[in-house]
Write a protein of this length. Structure first.
Length: 279
């Protein structure tokens, strides 16, 4: 692999499967180094050592089991990642979380049994990104005066944090209170962090995906040889003014853009094929 002076050190949470796995692969293909956190050991091993074997053998990607509901675990795993990156983290992508938007087993919010699920959504999808960002800041902030001057003169985009939210922050189907509230909370978190971290040279933005089919981005998908195309019905296409359904790569491309977008912070970018504006 050619040496790349623009190579950045990137952490992706929830990178073992789904959108996260595509984010990891896309950043590696673009010449960056990546550290993956996930709670699913089997998927994490498969992604790191089988799916991304050539990058792992080249020392470009490493991973650790990490629970986004356990702050001690996050703090210690960020230290491990920082060691891999020689104490410099350029990009944190808070992608991992509970991605299913509905209460389990067809429950509605009238059912008191939704309460622990509510807490799990808030802990994983909102407190997780806050605590993960907090743990990464010491390794992200620009201590180098030249780098700060470069950024001020438009020469570099500097470090950044990207939260992966959801269009469900702004549009719900029934029985999505926990998911929607956790994702709407990320909007406030993103703008507040963008303001607080600006003086450290850290930009903070959010990508809100719409409906993205991800089954092929997994161990089972690899073993069955499944692709993205086979997962769609006519409805998946009709629901979108773009006349096609969403790909994980659509989210990864937006993330690559934000990493290089030095004049963009505190924004939420919706990548949903126009679903939010369709009646
Ligand atoms: N796929 C979509 O249609 C869609 C739409 C809008 C938003 N999103 C968001 O995109 C992100 C990725 O979603 P996805 O569809 O790839 O989901 P996914 O379920 O395929 O992947 C989520 C990953 O997060 C990991 N994870 C879950 N809980 C964790 C924890 N406590 N600690 C560490 N890791 C944990 C899982 O193991 C998994 O690898 C999520 O934040 C989701 O809310 C997805």
């Amino acid at each position: 692999m050619p040496a790349n002076d623009n190579s950045k050190n990137v952490i992706v949470s929830g990178g073992a499967r789904g959108i996260g796995r595509c984010l990891v692969r896309t950043f590696l293909e673009a010449g960056h180094r990546v550290y993956i956190f996930d709670i699913d050991e089997e998927e994490l091993n498969h992604t790191t050592k089988v799916h991304l074997e050539k990058y792992h053998k080249a020392g470009k990607v490493e991973s650790a089991l990490c629970d986004l509901r356990d702050v001690k675990d996050m703090r210690s795993k960020v230290q491990e990642a920082a060691k891999f990156f020689d104490n410099k983290i350029d990009v944190l992508i808070n992608n991992g979380g509970i991605a299913s938007p509905y209460w389990k087993d067809g429950k509605t919010m009238e059912d008191p049994d939704t309460f622990p699920e509510w807490q799990a959504y808030i802990d994983t999808n909102l407190t997780g990104p806050f605590a993960m960002s907090q743990a990464c800041i010491p390794y992200m902030k620009n201590k180098n005066k030249d780098a700060v001057a470069d950024a001020a003169h438009g020469q570099s985009a500097g470090p950044c944090i990207i939260n992966i939210g959801s269009f469900r922050a702004k549009m719900s189907d029934p029985n999505q209170e926990g998911y929607a509230a956790s994702k709407a909370g990320q909007l406030g978190l993103t703008q507040a962090m963008a303001i607080s971290l600006g003086h450290l040279g850290i930009r903070v933005n959010l990508i809100a995906p719409g409906r993205i089919k991800v089954a092929h981005e997994s161990k089972e998908g690899d073993e069955k040889g499944e692709g993205w195309v086979g997962q769609h019905s006519e409805k998946d296409i009709d629901d979108h003014p773009t006349n096609r359904a969403g790909r994980p790569r659509d989210i990864a491309d937006a993330a690559l853009y934000l990493v290089g977008a030095g004049f963009v912070t505190g924004q939420d970018v919706t990548i949903d094929g126009g679903a939010l504006v369709k009646k």
